[in-house]
Design a protein around this ligand. Structure first.
Ligand code: ATP
Ligand code: MG
Length: 193
């Protein structure tokens, strides 16, 4: 499951859990993006923070793991590279790429999209306010239970001094506070990991 995870929240975790159950997956690998090409670099927290929050959020689930392939690869993240790298580390595995409606739309618009299909089965998850439609029969669509949570809203809440308890895992609430992430006046001094 790819994402910016800035921060990871319960919408991501529920989506991963639902897809894992529906497709009988052995493992869900969370892959925080490197420099996201679709988002302004300055608006995205350092990769190391996003990686560590994802580790904290998934630590208690034996079937959830986190991969550094995208954050350790220089340059912008392209799904084709993510899949090639994951395939290289797990040559025997049948790969499923889980992503949300917005990201799936971008992936489908890529000119060499058929190349992706040889590497993984694509599963698009929808959430309230995001419509996912595709003519493709080789993409699975799944509705996850209504979880109107977004990272954007979590960041705004922290910035406005509102709670994010129960929107993100407890450890992530504490991580955000410890490193002063998403504060109005910029990150706290120790926010560089
Ligand atoms: P932002 O608000 O910064 O765009 P986000 O909440 O969309 O963040 P991402 O890290 O961009 O989080 O999400 C990774 C993937 O998970 C995306 O493809 C997104 O569509 C999907 N996703 C995000 N939130 C939910 C949710 N509540 N339910 C289902 N899927 C979600
Ligand atoms: Mg998003």
């Amino acid at each position: 499951m790819g994402g910016t995870f800035d921060p990871i929240h319960h919408g991501h975790l529920v989506a991963a859990s639902e897809v894992a159950a529906a497709f009988d997956l052995d493992e869900v690998v969370f892959v925080p993006t490197g420099q996201p090409w679709q988002k302004n670099a300055k608006e995205v927290s350092p990769a190391e923070h996003r990686y560590l929050m994802t580790v904290v959020a998934t630590a208690s689930n034996p079937r959830f793991t986190v991969s550094r392939v995208d954050i350790d690869r220089p340059g912008p993240t392209y799904t084709i590279d993510t899949l090639r790298d994951l395939h290289a580390t797990r040559p025997e595995a049948e790969l499923f790429f889980i992503t949300g409606a917005d990201a799936m739309a971008q992936i489908l618009s890529w000119k060499n999209v058929d190349e992706l299909w040889s590497l993984a089965h694509f599963v698009g998850v929808t959430r309230p306010g995001h419509v996912l439609s595709t003519q493709r029969t080789d993409v699975s669509l799944m509705e996850v239970p209504a979880m109107a949570i977004s990272s954007t809203d979590c960041r705004r809440r922290v910035s406005d001094g509102e709670p994010v308890w129960y929107l993100v895992p407890d450890g992530v609430v504490q991580y955000i506070a410890k490193h002063g992430l998403y504060l109005k006046n910029g990150p706290a001094k120790d926010s560089q990991v």
